[in-house]
Write a protein that binds this ligand. Structure first.
Ligand code: HEC
Length: 298
């Protein structure tokens, strides 16, 4: 084989690998979105665009998130992630957190803006909560998913070709037409979903945990109901080895939210902020454990 042919094969192999990696990401986020929006009934009620997943490009951009609350709306509203780097055409799922700071149910209304304006056309949202009136109960807080992709056609537009950063800004206003607004709590008041939890496990835990063998962390099959720090041969931190409790849903939730707070001195270098994703992954781990026998009546 000549050097040039070799180089071409190498490029092809690299491309195939890249596309393979992207497809995984894409199908992951689509599934996650479906799980969120189908479970919450949001799919039918919002405006949607279909993502052209066949067209994920190598070119990438950074998308930053900015949030504002108009005067007169006692809500706190923040992006869960400040920015993400995405390939053109790649389906991406991000979260925003809203909290009603008042004692009353309030209906808000979101408006968004994309900067620079000349790329607005290419910013496609497949969203759950925009343009609609959204109700939030007193002191409730929710995390709302937004799914988007940047249209690969942006790369061909001479006016947009140079853009490397896109900012998505959301502003929440107090609604003028609060009647019949869907409740944002639909994003949180859904039962934990083991199938979504399996996806969370694959993306967030599997770097360090296998189900049946130790990796960086101990094996997790059967962890639900198991005594903490009790897998023989795994080098636990003394703190976890001496913790002395069995893993319940409550213990796992506290552990995943903040391991060092749950068990001071523990060594898991990872936490999961999103309560729903914690509940999902716990439901998944629970589904892998034999049912905890109920105690016979005494
Ligand atoms: C960066 C590596 C890393 C990641 C990512 C990680 N863990 Fe861990 N995990 C560890 C380590 C290390 C320990 C042992 C901690 C100790 O000994 O204090 C641990 C311990 C645990 C334990 C205690 C198990 C037992 O036998 O008592 C549970 C439960 C757990 N992890 C769940 C998870 C879940 C669920 C995820 C994903 C949402 C996750 N971990 C992500 C490294 C990780």
């Amino acid at each position: 084989m000549t050097d040039r042919r070799l180089a071409r094969y190498a490029t092809l192999a690299a491309l195939l690998l890249a596309v393979g990696g992207m497809t995984t990401l894409v199908s992951y986020s689509v599934t996650l979105y479906r799980l969120f929006c189908e479970a919450t009934g949001a799919l039918g009620t919002t405006q949607r665009v279909a993502a052209d997943t066949a067209q994920v490009a190598a070119r990438s951009v950074t998308v930053s998130f900015d949030t504002n609350v108009a005067p007169g709306l006692p809500w706190r509203f923040t992006p869960v992630q400040r920015s993400v780097r995405v390939h053109l055409g790649q389906d991406t799922l991000v979260f925003f957190r809203a909290e009603n700071l008042s004692d009353q149910t309030i209906v808000g209304h979101a408006a968004f803006n994309v900067a620079p304006g000349r790329v607005g056309l290419y910013f496609k949202k497949i969203e759950c909560f925009c343009f609609t009136e959204e109700s939030l109960g007193p002191h409730r807080s929710v995390e709302m998913p937004v799914q988007f992709f940047v249209d690969p056609r942006m790369a061909q537009d001479p006016n947009a070709r140079d853009v490397t950063n896109i900012t998505l800004s959301y502003t929440f206003f107090r609604s003028m037409r609060p009647q019949g607004a869907p409740n944002l709590a639909r994003f949180v008041d859904r039962p934990p979903d083991p199938a979504a939890g399996q996806q969370v496990f694959a993306t967030a835990c599997a770097d360090c945990h296998l189900l049946h063998h130790a990796k960086v962390g101990p094996p997790l099959a059967g962890v639900f109901g198991r005594r903490a720090g009790s897998v023989a041969g795994y080098p636990y931190s003394p703190a976890l080895a001496r913790a002395g409790f069995a893993w319940t849903a409550t213990r796992l939730d506290a552990w995943l939210a903040d391991p060092q707070k749950a068990v001071p001195g523990a060594l898991m270098p990872f936490h999961l902020d999103d309560r729903l994703r914690r509940a999902d992954v716990i439901a998944y781990l629970r589904s892998l454990s034999p049912p905890v026998p109920s105690r016979p009546p005494s």
